[in-house]
Design a protein around this ligand. Sequence first.
Ligand SMILES: [Zn+2]
Ligand SMILES: [Zn+2]
Length: 147
Amino acid sequence: MIGQQSCRCCGEGKLKPRMLASLRLLEKRTGVPFLINSGCRCDEWNKKSGGHKRSHHKIVNGFGNAVDGWMLLLTIRDLYYAALEIPNFSHGQIGLYFTETGWFIHLADCGYKHRFAYNYCATLGKMVEIDFDDALRMLESQELSYV
Ligand SMILES: [Zn+2]
Ligand SMILES: [Zn+2]
């Protein structure tokens, strides 16, 4: 893993052991490191970074349960399908973000299956939630140079 698990503003928190094990398994299967862009978040940082109120990034009893990031050499499509092979992620949260400048994935070992996707809307100038199946179609599309 590259990057920090703990909160970027205060250094608090670390990933729950089972979440960490799932991430390590993903790295073992793909052979490349996961680059954490956002790991654990204290309440304040979660608010500042626009996280959901009940985000799994939030630190509970010292642990967070979600990461945002990407993996070296993998396309978002490859990473999505690799994550599906990890039981705690396929039965957990997988979020796809297509930002103005690139993509990243959200993974959480939260114990229930949840999929979501956000895409940058140039007209509104912000990220908007899109249908997950549409996002999957975007993954298969040749039009997006960064997938
Ligand atoms: Zn913090
Ligand atoms: Zn996230």
